[in-house]
Design a protein. Sequence first.
Length: 444
Amino acid sequence: MAYRLTVIGTGYLGATHAACMADLGFEVLGLDVDEERIARLSAGDLPFYEPGLESVLRRALESRRLRFTTSYEEAAAFGDVHFLCLGTPQKAGEYAADLTYVDAAVDTLAPLLHRPCLVVGKSTVPVGTAARLAGRLAELAPAGGDAVLAWNPEFLREGFAVQDTLKPDRIVAGLPAEQGAAEHAEKVLREVYSTMLSAGTPFVAADLPTAELVKVAANAFLATKISFINAMAEVCEAAHADVTKLSEALSYDDRIGGRFLGPGLGFGGGCLPKDIRAFMARAGELGADQALTFLREVDEINIRRRIRMVDLARELLGGSFIGRTVGVLGAAFKPDSDDVRDSPALDVAASIRAQGGKVTVYDPQAMRNARRAQPSLDFGDSALSAARGAHVVLLLTEWAEFRDMAPESLAGAVSERNIVDGRNALDPERWRASGWNYRALGRP
Ligand code: UDX
């Protein structure tokens, strides 16, 4: 059977999922309460930067398999499978995740579900949420037991969203406890993902809480790996050793592996920081907080890198930012993204500004979001303009255009040839040969 899919919530995850599933041949209806977003998506205009996604979106719209709506009635009548792709941001002033959007979506959709369907959560949620939502569904849906809830966490990375959606590392299916419902949900999910499964993607069927946990455990592990190497960078700094060599040497051990072992300014974005905090908060509620106290350390190591970056820049300027000009390259939390949520780069820039420095930031894609998030910073329209008159240049997001930059191209613009490589992305020999005072985190 060719299922009709709805995707509820058209942010990063939802817009990608909707466009990719339509591209695979499904009839898809994307729903969002944000009318402007729906208008833009309907016109083939992606509201955020993601390489390759806009062309998939446009192709899907042209095929007429993809449409968007703001109407839950329409979605409920249309869908055999409803994917929940809503954001679960960190609550203001707390570690816990804010489930307002997910809860509201289920509470609005459920009373409209008059026929059999599968509701599939994809959002990252605290363990136990799926069981609670299954209860809401049973209570509110006129279809009763014919409206089944499953959990299918999504692991996509910004910058690789299309690739990660079409060629995932694994598909995890959290299934309901009742056997008949579980068999039905597994069958539907296997059909929905048949293209990926026939290409050999592993399918892991689990219960609801395990599926919810897989996602946060994966993010906790990745964050831990990054903070591990950044902790080694701290030791390297104290011991006059080179963390990039250390990381390279570790990476040849297959048991360790080199991915997410890149030392530098650490992790940011809309997922890793808030997910590890929400995980700690939830473990606390479950009485298992001791199991995750190490994540507090992971978070602290990560934040310390930003402080160290600011300290290093200040040191280079003789102890104060007052009256000094700082050129910042990068604002996005990572390259190939325009996302500035919890961006280490913007955090460092704002902190230097707060300490009296004149900061000019340039990012290839994130300027609009950066301006909105940090209006008190100055912005340039190129790396060169951000570096103009600078007493120190900071590389904070390793876009290819910065990695490939010739040291000579900035040399004429700056006041002093000081560069701090916050991502260990530049070749120190090349910069030093060109007369720069090159400094990096975790290197002598
Ligand atoms: C992450 C997870 O990778 C993804 O599976 C999940 O679905 C969402 O969260 P994302 O936030 O898009 O994805 O970015 P990711 O590529 O994981 O990078 C996270 C942060 O870690 C970035 O700020 C990046 O700069 C940093 N990072 C990554 C390092 O500092 N060092 C590394 O070696 C790798």
